[in-house]
Design a protein around this ligand. Structure first.
Ligand code: S3P
Length: 456
């Protein structure tokens, strides 16, 4: 049972398992890229199942401000169809005021790459959380490409100011595992002469590559050794990006909350249909299987992205050390993974995950704060955490706890799932409006599951 108050949720644990078949809204990362690259295409793109999250609405608003016509359509009747009237690589207009990038690191960093190559002045600024997130990681490579770009704190944080102009191509080794940095450089490369080559020590999500290829852009992906990757955006003289028609798959990061619920609650059997299964996103499935989870995956489509159905059933789990090569493939799932690990038998160790400290919140600190309030044995490290899990936590009766999202949507939803899993407890989660950042339909989806009532 979830009792929703103005900006907090009171969650009472569920007394029985959940059997359900459900879908989650369109993927946030892909929705951003579809809006961005649809705007740069020559002509009209049609998109269905767009994410209506606050982050993606900020991307639509940003491109409208840059002069792009983006209109709601009524193709399927679910309010998630859009037409984007792309104006070509050089069709953007100088914005008359600051572009509000809200809570979105993806929007801020990808847009910086595009604006660096456009011959006008622009400023990007977001909410108080976004404006604390590191921007040097994009300002540095863009400056190497010849961009005139600066930011608050000697180029460390937003607001970011850009005087766009001519760019040159570079070879760049991305120092942190970040698809946002890689994508920013790839988008700037569309405005640079010659071949731009990006090296990633560990390949990250490749949605930008996949969509650019679909649009006829010469992008080459190579994997020279183990998990590393070399991306070349080839010389693009005379290039125009083709418009496209696409249906956005369900967001794996949103599905992850229901995967957790299915695994943790006795007698559960949950299928999430039409979910993005891109290898660089769905790493948590591999880790959960290693821990003993009962998960079945049925792939239903491959291009431009792998899609399918995921079925999970209640499973007793054993703690593990998460393999370092899988960390970036599940980077957004550590908040919910920390909840799952709390119920696994024995120790689960997460290391090599220092990037968690610079997400929408410091996700190591916020997980430690909340889980230790519940009574979970969790230790904090600079680059991760260790949880000594306990399957019996589900039956714990040690009373109420007040948790906090710290303005981070994934922490808020993860802790609500924690509250639903704790059979005999009442958990309060504060600061939950942030859930709209990625999943405005979250409470409706939860209340749609068999046997879960939601009070207003
Ligand atoms: C994203 C990349 C990741 C991820 C974020 C979305 C993207 O960030 O955490 O939620 O859409 O490219 P980093 O690039 O900072 O790892």
């Amino acid at each position: 049972m979830i009792d929703l108050k103005p900006d907090r949720a009171l969650v009472a644990g569920l007394s029985k398992g959940v059997e359900a078949i459900l879908e989650v809204p369109g993927d946030k990362s892909i929705s951003h890229r579809v809006i961005i690259l649809g705007s740069l295409a020559e002509g009209k793109s049609l998109v269905s199942n767009m994410s209506l999250s606050r982050d993606n609405m900020a991307t639509i608003a940003a491109f409208r401000k840059l002069g792009i016509n983006i209109k709601k359509q009524n193709l399927t009747g679910d309010g998630k169809d859009f037409a984007i009237y792309g104006a070509g690589l050089y069709g953007l207009k100088e914005p008359e005021s600051i572009i509000n990038t809200a809570n979105s690191g993806t929007l801020t960093r990808l847009l910086a790459g595009i604006l660096a190559g456009n011959n006008f002045f622009s400023v990007l600024s977001g909410d108080k959380y976004l404006n604390r997130r590191p921007m040097k990681r994009v300002i540095e490579p863009l400056s190497l490409m010849g961009a005139k770009i600066s930011g608050r704190g000697s180029g460390s944080y937003p607001p970011v100011a850009i005087n766009g102009g001519k760019l040159k191509s570079i070879y760049y080794e991305v120092p942190v595992p970040s698809a946002q940095v890689k994508s920013c450089i790839m988008l700037a490369a569309l405005y640079a002469e010659g071949n731009t080559v990006i090296y990633e020590k560990k390949a990250t999500r490749d949605h930008t590559e996949n969509l650019l290829k679909l649009q006829g852009c010469p992008v080459i992906q190579e994997t020279p050794a183990g998990g590393d990757s070399l991306i070349t955006v080839k010389d693009k003289s005379g290039l125009s990006l083709k418009p496209f028609e696409t249906a956005i798959p369900g967001d794996f990061s949103s599905a992850a909350f229901f995967i957790a619920l299915g695994i943790l609650l006795k007698d559960s059997d949950i299928t999430v249909k039409n979910v993005l299964l891109n290898e660089k996103r769905a790493g948590m499935l591999k880790v959960l299987k290693m821990m003993g989870a009962d998960i079945g995956v049925n792939v239903t489509g491959e291009t431009p992205e792998r899609v399918g159905n995921i079925r999970v059933r209640y499973s007793g789990l054993k703690g593990i050390a998460v393999p370092s090569e899988l960390v970036s493939d599940m980077i957004d799932e550590f908040p919910i993974f920390s909840v799952i690990a709390s119920f696994a038998e024995g120790k689960t160790l997460v290391s090599g995950a220092g990037e968690l400290r610079v997400k929408e919140s410091d996700r190591i600190k916020t997980a430690v704060f909340n889980l230790s309030r519940i009574g979970v044995a969790i230790k904090e490290f600079e680059d991760g955490f260790e949880i000594n899990g306990n399957p019996d936590l589900i039956n714990s009766k040690s009373g109420a706890a007040v948790l906090n999202s710290f303005g981070d949507h994934r922490i808020a939803m993860s802790m609500i799932i924690m509250g639903l899993a704790l059979k005999y407890r009442k958990i309060e989660i504060r600061d939950i409006k942030c859930i709209n950042t990625s999943f405005p339909e979250f409470f409706d989806t939860v209340s749609g599951l068999t046997g879960i009532a939601r009070a207003r």
